[in-house]
Design a protein around this ligand. Structure first.
Ligand SMILES: Cc1cc2nc3c(=O)[nH]c(=O)nc-3n(C[C@H](O)[C@H](O)[C@H](O)COP(=O)(O)O)c2cc1C
Length: 290
């Protein structure tokens, strides 16, 4: 594992950065990022798909001057972009969410600011820099650099508009045995912390579409995707909310591992009664019997 600090603390400290200082990233930090990206383990998702991630320095195509890269996001003054490349396919998108979020957490540990950008940013400006095979596309990119101490008014307004600081409550996200019974924190047993780490994760337009059901014996956690109806993000040519699910898996797994809980991913739909058609079963985390 490449992390030196507590992953739980890193998750608590991360938030999207859209205004960067002019301070260049030091050589030693660039080297760490390059080393991280050169290690194939870091590019492999839980379902076994490999992502590619490339550093794109700022050129004429991706300029420093507040380039418009998102439907609702303007990024100011980053030093470079990290560009993710993956197949556009259901499982690969989950893996990509997991892999890219792990990278985001690593960058957070290095004190580098990030912001997932998956909206309709001008993909062309990056596509010119990258050679693709015919199945690949860019699910997301992140600017990198040091956060500017003083956030722009624009950024504060944006955070307000997408309610970035409003994370859904436990009762809205987590369930006990079935979808009829919200899970209280006190009932979550050893999974209280991994669940809380899911809750703190970033998501497209802060929709937080993850819903988790803890099994009656408290040994298995089932992950569901509550598709946001009529969400503009679903009209991008790929299912952006699958990235959010990969992010949830990443936070849950890394927090569980830090706490020395042994477990593994398994696709075993428990056939719990669904509350509506928007809900889709994704994967389960099973405690390993020792
Ligand atoms: C898959 C994904 C796509 C995103 N796309 C954009 C984007 O296009 N523009 C933007 O400004 N923020 C984007 N974000 C950042 C979210 O708006 C942000 O994570 C959310 O508002 C919660 O804020 P936080 O990350 O500070 O916790 C994206 C996040 C995710 C996970």
């Amino acid at each position: 594992m490449s992390f030196n600090k507590s992953i739980i603390e890193i998750i608590k400290n991360r938030k999207s950065i859209r205004t960067f200082s002019s301070k260049p990233i030091e050589e030693v930090t660039y080297k760490k990022i390059n080393d991280y990206l050169a290690d194939v383990k870091n590019l492999l998702g839980p379902f076994g798909k490999l992502a590619r991630i490339q550093i794109v320095p700022l050129t004429n195509n991706a300029t420093k001057k507040g380039m418009k890269v998102g439907t609702y996001g303007f990024i100011k003054g980053p030093q470079a972009y990290l560009v993710g490349i993956m197949e556009n396919e259901k499982i690969a998108l989950l893996d990509f969410g997991y892999i890219f979020e792990k990278l985001v957490l690593y960058l957070t540990e290095l004190n580098i600011g990030t912001c997932w950008l998956g909206g309709t940013f001008t993909r062309d400006s990056f596509e010119k820099e990258i050679i693709f095979n015919d199945k690949e596309f860019i699910p997301a990119v992140t600017p990198i650099g040091y956060a500017e101490d003083k956030r722009r008014m624009f950024e504060a307004t944006l955070r307000f508009a997408v309610k970035a600081d409003k994370k859904k409550s436990w009762e809205q996200l987590f369930y006990d045995t079935d979808f009829a019974t919200p899970l209280r924190k006190e009932e979550a047993g050893k999974f209280a912390v991994p669940l809380e780490m899911v809750r703190l994760g970033p998501s497209a337009s802060n929709k937080q579409p993850w819903r988790l059901v803890l099994s009656e014996d408290k040994g298995t956690c089932h992950f569901y995707l509550a598709h946001t109806p009529k969400y503009i993000g679903n009209k991008l040519g790929y299912e952006i909310q699958r990235l959010d699910m990969g992010i949830a898996m990443c936070h849950f797994e890394l927090a569980s591992k830090e706490l020395n809980y042994k477990g593994r991913w398994a696709v075993k739909n428990p056939s719990i009664k669904m509350p509506d058609e928007q809900m889709e079963y994704i994967v389960s985390w099973e405690t390993e019997k020792s």
